[in-house]
Design a protein around this ligand. Structure first.
Ligand SMILES: [Zn+2]
Length: 173
């Protein structure tokens, strides 16, 4: 409902913010699905030309692969589905700011834009063994062309960590 209503407005920036929220909700919902299956509170989706290509939640505990962060899983799957290693023109939405590994993968995949909700610091506060290098600093140091937008539905993204911490038997890494 939100997207068509806002999309009718003539202000392009409003339209963009609205679309970001719609796609961020896909990532949030995917993270919730993962949590219900015993995974950690991270979700992503990749969008191309206004359509969702893939949604993925973190799969570290599911697969035993410490690199199976939501963004990594989403990038691998998007490359498979689109049959390319070049995701130019694609936007990645992530409930949490990508860690340095994931942001590097975004850069390697030539994603055009990365949109996130909560910050790396929020994940660190929830107990995750984060390298606390913000994506903006990674982008600057590495001179990446990936556009970065943060704090989209940030409060809802942070709420995921609270819900996850309230769960019995939640496992950190
Ligand atoms: Zn990561």
């Amino acid at each position: 409902m939100l997207l068509p209503e806002k999309a009718d407005m003539a202000v392009p920036s409003k339209k963009l913010v609205s679309a970001d929220e719609v796609f961020m909700r896909h990532a949030l919902r995917t993270a919730e699905q993962g949590m219900r299956q015993g995974q950690t509170p991270f979700g992503s989706c990749i969008v191309k030309d206004g359509a969702v290509v893939v949604r993925a939640h973190n799969q570290v505990w599911l697969t035993g692969d410490i690199t199976a962060h939501a963004e990594m899983v989403a990038i691998r799957e998007a490359c498979t589905r689109l049959r390319t290693i070049d995701l130019s023109g694609c936007w990645l939405y992530s409930t949490c700011e990508p860690c340095p590994m994931c942001f590097s993968a975004c850069h390697w995949a030539r994603l055009s834009r990365v949109v996130f909700g909560a910050k790396i610091r929020d994940a660190q506060r929830a107990g995750f063994n984060e390298l606390t290098i913000p994506v903006r600093r990674m982008k600057q140091w590495g001179q990446s062309r990936v556009q970065v937008v943060g704090n989209v539905l940030g409060e809802e993204a942070r709420e995921l960590f609270r819900l996850w911490q309230a769960k019995k038997n939640h496992r950190i890494y």
